[in-house]
Design a protein. Structure first.
Lengths: 454, 254
């Protein structure tokens, strides 16, 4: 087991804190870390993709799970696979796809671990059909504060607290996942352009759930009549009969899972934040919007390239400058589209340089006490932290979202007020109670839990 | 914990009646700060400062702290850190002294040096140790441009600030990689109660401007903050002016 003292941040590179990082390779070593923890507790950390401080523990221990990376055999009869918490979804997809299986819920990036996907209860592109990640987990191995490894089954209070529980109920060591059978490694993708937000929402809703996977990019720099215009991308698994003759190669190439992430300018220091100014971003968004097809259906794409489209792009973080970036992801229920409109208008009016802005549509709420997804619309965007007045602006958006009965995603958060979080997540009271009971000394803590008083 | 914009949730002010510190506290309370500790010698001024901040919605507590009593710092400040994490420590105590009188009475000059430098060394080390143990936090040290180059008009005060400034810079380097940030703030002439009646110097500011610069510095995780920012350039030039010429500069003698 390797041990070192490191300064850690989330993906957004804001608010660094220092902790002792342990990287166990076996469950026994992980148990030893939790048993031998100091007064400031321990938190699990996977690939560090949370933008905020969810996987940091100032002055305490951080248990890096990436050394726990075994994938067990696939139980073909039941459609189950057991894997360690440190396995990345990208790797899982690469291993399972050639066998004709797909991991249960595939979020927009494959560079998250199974443990992280459970702890944040990530919703996939087909949330209306499959729910969030933990909904497709049939058992969890959880290392709790007393140093025991428990098997936690869905339907129990501990499972519901752990799903979306941000690692605060214990360290997830492994999970058994329900798999989906797929006939090909291809997706049949339809892309369409929407001229404004109303048009985008209407297109998203049209056609029911015939195409189960869907997400849209919103151009948050467009103003006036074009406010909220975007590109809607939806897909379904291609069946064998639509597979063209040359698709054999595409099937093969899907093994590689697309190009590895690379730095935009390798070796260069962070660029000045001004590079990501309103004008350059507006231009980029304009080109992106114009470059998309007006309407196209039946395009075949390898599964990883469709599900993890953003992973093929280079790491854009240097563009956000030294201050790092802040992610903001919120959801509002159906019938609250007016709030979505207002927020999009406010961002557009501020001319914030938002390159990444993803609109998703959620189905039934997940049972996790702190799970993010709830029926309605979700918008996720990244902004440079150095943007003047961003703090107050997002506080204002928080209020608007809370007033509409919506919520802000905790796993990505790096700036919310504790009161706001408590108001948005009614399950927090039960969550605190369960933690108080299971973990009275506060063995599992993170900077996020300290900041929001979770 | 500090948020992504460097706004702290808890603040410890050493020198709880300092106008700059209170202006900073008011700004931070408007952002995220919920708990404020005001450390200082017990006085009605300290209590009224606490009451004023309470009125703004913060949970304010006071703690006895005497910069001159270095031996007591560990106990007094240890109590504060035992109550929970402190995200930002603002070292704002210090005395200007009276140059003419201090030159006549060496013991008065020593008091200035002890308050501004020795007191800050012991308090700074105690706080740095506690921040290091919690793995995060910022130590904001109020230095002064007077420490950048000694002037005839206030070299006793200036030399104490020069010592403090060097100490804070070294401490910041020592704490690299521990998660603790040390920020040195170098204001020029600040219009406060302490400077009332003194001849105002060029590039003078008020406590509000200094507070604003501190909040911005926390957001940017700066190591050095000049207030106003232009002083950085001015002092860079003045630092290299030959001494015979420097002595003749009218503004810098008064």
């Amino acid at each position: 087991m390797s041990v070192d003292t490191v300064s850690l941040t989330g993906w957004g590179r804001t608010a660094p804190t220092t902790a002792v990082r342990f990287r166990p390779r076996t469950h026994e070593e992980a148990v030893a870390v939790v048993r031998g923890r100091g007064p400031r507790g321990v938190i699990a950390r996977g690939l560090g993709r949370s933008t905020g401080d969810a996987a940091q523990n100032a002055g305490g221990s951080v248990l890096d799970t990436t050394g726990l990376a075994r994938i067990g055999g696939v139980d073909a009869a039941a459609g189950l696979v057991r894997c360690d918490a440190g396995v990345s979804l990208e790797r899982l997809l690469r291993v399972l796809l050639p066998l004709g299986w797909l991991p249960p819920v595939v979020p927009g990036t494959g560079r998250v671990t199974v443990g992280g996907a459970v702890g944040s209860d990530l919703p996939g592109l087909d949330h209306r059909r499959s729910g969030s990640f933990a909904r497709q987990v049939s058992a969890l191995e959880l290392l709790t504060a007393d140093g025991e490894v428990r098997t936690v089954l869905p339907g129990t209070a501990l499972f519901d607290a752990t799903a979306g529980g941000l690692g605060l109920t214990g360290v997830i060591l492994g999970a058994t996942l329900r798999l989906r059978r797929v006939a090909t490694a291809l997706m049949s993708v339809s892309t369409e352009r929407a001229g404004d937000l109303d048009d985008l929402l209407a297109r998203f809703t049209a056609g029911g759930d015939r195409l189960p996977y869907g997400s849209a990019w919103i151009d948050l720099t467009a103003r006036g009549r074009a406010t909220g215009r975007g590109i809607l991308t939806r897909g379904e698994h291609a069946t064998l009969d639509v597979r063209p003759a040359h698709a054999g190669r595409a099937l093969e190439s899907s093994r590689s899972g697309g190009p590895r992430g690379r730095l935009l300018l390798p070796g260069f220091p962070p660029l000045p934040a001004g590079l990501l100014g309103p004008a350059s971003v507006a231009l980029y968004n304009e080109v992106r919007y114009r470059g998309a097809p007006r309407a196209r259906t039946g395009e075949l794409r390898p599964v990883p390239a469709f599900l993890h489209a953003s992973d093929a792009l280079p790491d854009a973080r240097p563009l956000y400058g030294r201050g790092g970036l802040v992610s903001y992801r919120f959801a509002v229920g159906y019938g609250q589209e007016e709030t979505l409109h207002r927020v999009v208008r406010r961002i557009a009016a501020r001319r914030g340089p938002a390159v990444r802005a993803v609109l998703q549509r959620f189905g039934a709420a997940d049972p996790g006490l702190l799970s993010f997804a709830a029926p309605g619309w979700s918008l996720a965007l990244d902004l440079p932290a150095a943007l003047p007045g961003l703090s107050r602006f997002l506080d204002g958006v928080d209020e608007e979202v809370a007033a509409a009965g919506g919520r802000v995603c905790l796993a990505k958060d790096s700036r919310m007020r504790p009161e706001t979080a408590a108001a948005m997540y009614p399950g927090l009271t039960d969550f605190r109670e369960l933690r108080e009971r299971m973990d009275p000394t506060g063995a599992f803590r993170s900077d996020l839990s300290r900041r929001l008083g979770l | 914990m500090k948020d992504a914009f460097g706004a702290p949730q808890s603040l410890l002010v050493l020198g709880g009646t300092s106008e700059i510190a209170l202006a900073t506290a008011r700004r931070l309370i408007a952002l995220r700060t919920r708990r404020v500790w005001l450390a200082g010698r017990p006085s009605p001024a300290l209590e009224s400062a606490a009451a004023e901040l309470r009125g703004r919605g913060a949970d304010v507590r006071t703690v006895d702290f005497d910069a001159l009593d270095s031996a007591s710092h560990e106990v007094a400040l240890g109590k504060v850190f035992a109550e929970g994490d402190i995200d930002v420590v603002l070292m704002a105590f210090g005395v200007l002294g009276d140059q003419a009188r201090d030159e006549e009475e060496p013991m008065a000059a020593v008091r200035v040096a002890q308050t501004n430098y020795t007191g800050a060394v012991s308090a700074g080390l105690v706080c740095a140790g506690a921040l290091q143990a919690q793995g995060h936090g910022s130590l904001v040290v109020l230095s002064s441009v007077a420490g950048e180059r000694a002037r005839r008009a206030d070299f006793i005060y200036g030399s104490s600030k020069a010592g403090l400034d060097a100490f804070a810079q070294g401490l910041g380097d020592a704490l690299q990689g521990t998660g603790v940030q040390v920020m040195v703030v170098r204001p020029g002439f600040v219009r406060t109660r302490a400077t009332a009646g003194r001849p105002e110097q060029p590039l003078a500011t008020g406590p509000e401007e200094v507070a604003e610069a501190i909040v911005t510095g926390l957001r940017r995780r700066s190591e050095t903050v000049w207030v106003p920012g232009s002083l950085r350039v001015v002092m860079a030039a003045l630092r290299h002016v030959p001494r015979p010429l420097f002595r003749r500069l009218p503004v810098w003698r008064s």
